[in-house]
Design a protein around this ligand. Structure first.
Ligand SMILES: Nc1ncnc2c1ncn2[C@@H]1O[C@H](COP(=O)(O)OP(=O)(O)O)[C@@H](O)[C@H]1O
Ligand SMILES: [Mg+2]
Length: 155
């Protein structure tokens, strides 16, 4: 069970984008963020908002079929993965993006499926509360995020 750091409620798409703008400065090259939540919870939408907040100008779309998409941002490459159709995390390594994972930011939808491979990851779970309301649950097994997210709390 990852340690719970924060839960926060967003009432709308605008509030989700505002959260992404606060989280973006906390993220760095080499980080991995795992996103979970039911279909339609907003994993892709939040990643889109994050990429935009990070100054990425590439079109961000769901990698449901491609499994992996690579974007470019000022901090380095952004690897956008969808683990839904992966049978094992070994398949993730077979994709051959080790270098991008090391030098860039890795954002993984359905992250639970590969969580064992990313003990240092920040985890973001989105729960549907209503048409446009979502509950965001931030957690990690790695205590480094506790401190890093404090700046988020203060902003
Ligand atoms: N507050 C919100 N946060 C995220 N998505 C929202 C919100 N309000 C409405 N939505 C809608 O919910 C859907 C989320 O879809 P998507 O991001 O593809 O989810 P997932 O990737 O988790 O399957 C989008 O159509 C989005 O516009
Ligand atoms: Mg998605």
């Amino acid at each position: 069970m990852p340690a719970l750091f924060q839960t926060l409620a967003v009432a709308s798409l605008d509030e989700l984008a505002a959260f992404a703008r606060r989280l973006a400065p906390v993220l760095d090259a080499g980080d991995t963020v795992l996103f979970d939540g039911n279909l339609g919870a907003g994993k892709t939408t939040l990643i889109k908002d994050l990429c935009q907040a990070l100054g990425c100008r590439d079109a961000v779309t769901s990698p449901t079929y491609t499994i992996a998409q690579l974007y470019h941002a000022p901090l380095g490459p952004i690897l956008h993965l969808d683990a839904y159709r992966l049978n094992s995390s070994g398949e993730l390594w077979d994709l051959g993006y080790d270098e991008e994972m090391e030098t860039g930011l890795t954002l993984i939808e359905w992250g639970q499926k590969v969580a064992d491979d990313f003990p240092d990851a920040l985890r973001v779970e989105l729960q549907i509360e209503g048409d446009t309301q979502r509950q965001l649950i931030l957690s990690s097994e790695s205590p480094q995020w506790h401190q890093r997210l404090q700046t988020l709390e203060a902003s």
